[in-house]
Design a protein around this ligand. Sequence first.
Ligand SMILES: O=C(O)C1=C[C@@H](OP(=O)(O)O)[C@@H](O)[C@H](O)C1
Ligand SMILES: C=C(OP(=O)(O)O)C(=O)O
Length: 456
Amino acid sequence: MTGTTAANTGSTKAAPLPLWPAPYAKGPVDATVTVPGSKSLTNRFLVLAALADGPSRLRAPLHSRDSALMIQALRQLGATVTEVPGDGDYGPDLEITPMDPAAPSTGTAIDCGLAGTVMRFVPPLAALRKGTTVFDGDPHARNRPMGTIIEALTALGVPVAAEGGRTPSALPFTVNGTGEVRGGHLVIDASASSQFVSALLLVGARFTDGLHLEHVGKPVPSLDHITMTVEVLRSVGVNVDDSVPNHWRVSPGPIHAFDQRIEQDLSNAGPFLAAALATQGTVRVTNWPAGTTQVGDMWRTILATMGASVTVENGTLTVTGGPVIKGADFDETSELAPTVAALCALADGPSRLTGIAHLRGHETDRLAALVAEINSLGGDAEETADGLVIRPAALHAGVVHSYADHRMATAGAILGLAVEGVEVEDIATTSKTMPEFPEMWARMVGTISSTDGAKN
Ligand SMILES: O=C(O)C1=C[C@@H](OP(=O)(O)O)[C@@H](O)[C@H](O)C1
Ligand SMILES: C=C(OP(=O)(O)O)C(=O)O
């Protein structure tokens, strides 16, 4: 498990983490980037492969800490996951044979790391197996919202206990799998994370009576991620009715084995595209999907609103930064928000980000972390009830802490492109979803022509 800063855990002083001198751009970047596979798609298809009616193959999947944790968890639950040669630059493909729910297990201990997809998607799988499965993760994982999954499993007749038999509200806990879940109508409050809905929909077809999931409470965030879950389920033959808002009906039935190519991670394309704005340069991302459920497709509108020219031609997205970054208002940017906030801190006018209160339950409290780190560089950022206000200010050199959060680290890298002397703490934390980040970033900055001259 990786280290976290004291700010993350509220604990006593942690060992100092290495500082990475963020490359400063002395001119415009001019780069073409190919990003690794989508975390959200890889981990959804891995879960479905473990439940499928035969062996499946994932082509060009993500290889990162979050996918490795998912693979390890599925193996512990009895699935077989084997790396086989891939056909491109994305590393090995994966072949998966499903888990056997009938095979009992006792005391399997699953490490969720800091991966929301593992801590939310895997406990319902453990519920389908007979036996006990213990879940824990990184220190900060214990602060992430989990109560809804625990209550949902309990309501489904699957006991979940903490040490000493207490009822838990967070990690760590033990799922006492029954080997069979009846399902039916289940009411949850998914206002803290869309992953609660996705987690239950992914397994719903394997419940005896299927699942009618109903959300009651404040709005569910990150709805694009639920649309992704529904589309992925339909692609493997599961019948899902999402025609009524806040209700999802999954019919019981088989999950068909599949052979699936994973789209690249459009959220992780974000920091590279942001570099075009931060340096008034051009960044192209190849293989941009013509249609996708990934929230990262929003980059096309977000970056255009901030003054960039954005085109998609022959599957390549090209972003060219304008003379200034325009401040703007954005609602519900979900996991894109840290990258957007970094650009807002470099903008020439004020920006307001709304609809992201739930970011307080992400890898760290992202609203507090973004305000602290932008302001420590001389910026002017303020937390609101459901987001951030960021006003223009001259930034200076300093350290950006990453709080074990890959998107805080990449936000620091964006700031460092435009502000000389920025150091990012623990850049290796980008391995959560993109271990190649430091190398890819250096390659992108390396495209700056030596004749571009110094920026003002
Ligand atoms: O299901 C998914 O793959 C995700 C859903 C979202 O979670 P929240 O709804 O908690 O924001 C998103 O932020 C996260 O990065 C990935
Ligand atoms: C919120 C995120 O991750 P997780 O899947 O751990 O929730 C994220 O990647 O921005």
